[in-house]
Design a protein around this ligand. Structure first.
Ligand SMILES: [Zn+2]
Length: 354
C-alpha cells in the first residue's frame, strides 16, 4: 500500500518545510519515487507532523485506542503491573488502531509509598492488587532484576513524601534511590524519577537519574543549572498539574527551558483526567505559554522524547522511519491549538478509520 501526501506543510520533528510530498510505503516513510501510488491525499492548507509521543502516561484498557484517535502514536507508560502490561503489549503487536507503548512496568517506591494511596481511587475494573516495593538497599538489585524479567523499557523511581498532596507517606531513602539507579544502569535501563520538590529532585540528581517525570513545583529553582549540567531531561506534565490544581510548575518549566534543559511533553494521563490523547494538545498549549516556540513544543512531543527514550525509528519524518503520522488542518507552527484539528492519523503506515 502506497499513500502519497501531496503539498503539505511538513514539520519533520525539528524544522518546518512549507510544502513537500511525503510517501507512505507499507509501514514506512519513503522518498517519493514518482511511481504510481494507491492513494493520494491533498495536503494543501494542512500540516503533516510525526505522530505525537506522550512521555508520561498510565495505560489501562481502552487508553491506547483513545490516545491514537488524538494523534498520540506512542505512549511512554510510567507504571503498569505485569498482567496489564502483557495485555497492552499483545494489543499493540496485533493492531494498528492503538498507540504503541513503552513502559516502566512496576515503579519503585517504598512499601506504602506514593502512589499506593491513589490505587483505592481506581474504578473496580482497573483495580490493581499489591505490587512489588523496595524496603531497603539490599532489595534494590532484586527489584530491578524483576523489572528486567518483566520486560520493562526503563525504571521509574518515586521520591515523594506526600507533602505536595498534603499527605505524609513513606519514601525511599537517598541510599535506596542510589542503589536502584546503580542496578538499573547496570542492567542497561534508564531511570526516570518522580520528584515534586527541589529536595526530592536533589536526591534524584545525587543518585544520577537520567530524567525527571515531572517539573517540580515548590518554586525553588536553584537546581535548574545542575539539572542542565548533569544532562537530565524533564517531562513537563503541566496539564496534570493544571487538572490537579497544583501551582508552580509553569515557572519551573520556563526556567528549565531558558537554561537549555530538554523538556519532553508528557501529560500523566490516567483513566481519569488528564485524558489520554486529548490532554496532549493542552500540554502543547501550556508548553507554549511557558515560553517554548510552537516548533519547540512540537519537538518536545516528537523528536525530543524519541531521542531521550532511544526510539530512533520514530518522532521524525524521514525516509526509512516508521510511518506514525498526524495530518492537521491549519498550521500548528503559528497556532498551536490547530494540532486538535486532526484530519488523519497513521500508525505504522495504516490510516486510522475516522
Ligand atoms: Zn504519573
Amino acid at each position: 500500500m502506497r499513500t502519497l501526501i501531496r503539498a503539505a506543510r511538513v514539520f519533520d520533528g525539528e524544522r518546518t518545510t512549507p510544502r513537500a510530498d511525503v510517501l507512505i510505503d507499507g509501514e514506512l516513510i519513503a522518498e517519493y519515487d514518482g511511481q504510481p501510488v494507491d492513494v493520494e491525499v491533498d495536503g494543501a492548507g494542512k500540516t503533516l507532523l510525526p505522530g505525537l509521543i506522550d512521555a508520561h502516561t498510565h495505560v489501562f484498557d481502552g487508553n491506547l485506542e483513545q490516545a491514537l484517535g488524538f494523534g498520540v502514536t506512542t505512549e511512554l507508560d510510567m507504571f503498569c503491573l505485569p498482567g496489564n502490561l502483557a495485555r497492552q503489549r499483545k494489543l499493540v503487536a496485533e493492531r494498528n488502531d492503538v498507540a504503541d507503548l513503552r513502559s516502566a512496568g512496576v515503579l519503585a517506591t517504598a512499601p506504602g509509598g506514593h502512589p499506593s494511596q491513589l490505587m483505592a481511587a481506581l474504578p473496580e475494573s482497573d483495580a490493581v492488587g499489591p505490587f512489588d516495593t523496595v524496603a531497603n538497599v539490599e532489595q534494590a538489585k532484586a527489584f530491578v532484576d524483576a523489572r528486567v524479567a518483566d520486560g520493562a523499557d526503563y525504571l521509574k523511581v518515586v521520591i515523594d513524601d506526600g507533602e505536595i498532596q498534603g499527605a505524609d507517606l513513606p519514601v525511599l531513602g537517598p541510599e535506596v534511590v542510589a542503589a536502584l539507579v546503580e542496578a538499573a544502569h547496570g542492567a542497561g535501563l534508564k531511570v526516570i524519577a518522580h520528584a515534586l520538590t527541589a529536595g526530592e529532585v536533589e536526591i534524584a540528581l545525587d543518585a544520577g537519574v537520567d530524567g525527571l517525570a515531572h517539573v517540580w513545583v515548590d518554586g525553588e529553582l536553584g537546581l535548574v543549572e545542575r539539572v542542565r549540567r548533569q544532562g537530565v531531561f524533564v517531562v513537563s506534565t503541566l496539564v496534570y498539574l493544571e487538572v490537579t490544581g497544583v501551582e508552580g510548575g509553569a515557572r519551573t518549566a520556563r526556567a528549565l527551558h531558558e537554561a537549555g534543559v530538554p523538556l519532553l511533553a508528557g501529560t500523566d494521563a490516567t483513566p481519569f483526567a488528564p485524558f489520554h490523547g486529548e490532554s496532549m494538545h493542552r500540554e502543547l498549549e501550556l508548553l507554549v505559554q511557558a515560553g517554548l516556540t510552537n516548533e519547540q513544543a512540537l519537538a518536545a512531543a516528537t523528536s525530543v522524547p524519541a531521542h531521550h527514550f532511544a526510539l530512533p525509528d520514530r518522532g521524525r519524518i524521514h525516509p526509512g522511519l516508521q510511518a506514525d503520522l498526524l495530518l492537521a488542518e491549519g498550521d500548528p507552527t503559528t497556532d498551536i491549538t490547530t494540532t486538535r484539528s486532526i484530519e488523519s492519523v497513521w500508525r505504522r503506515g495504516t490510516k486510522l478509520p475516522r
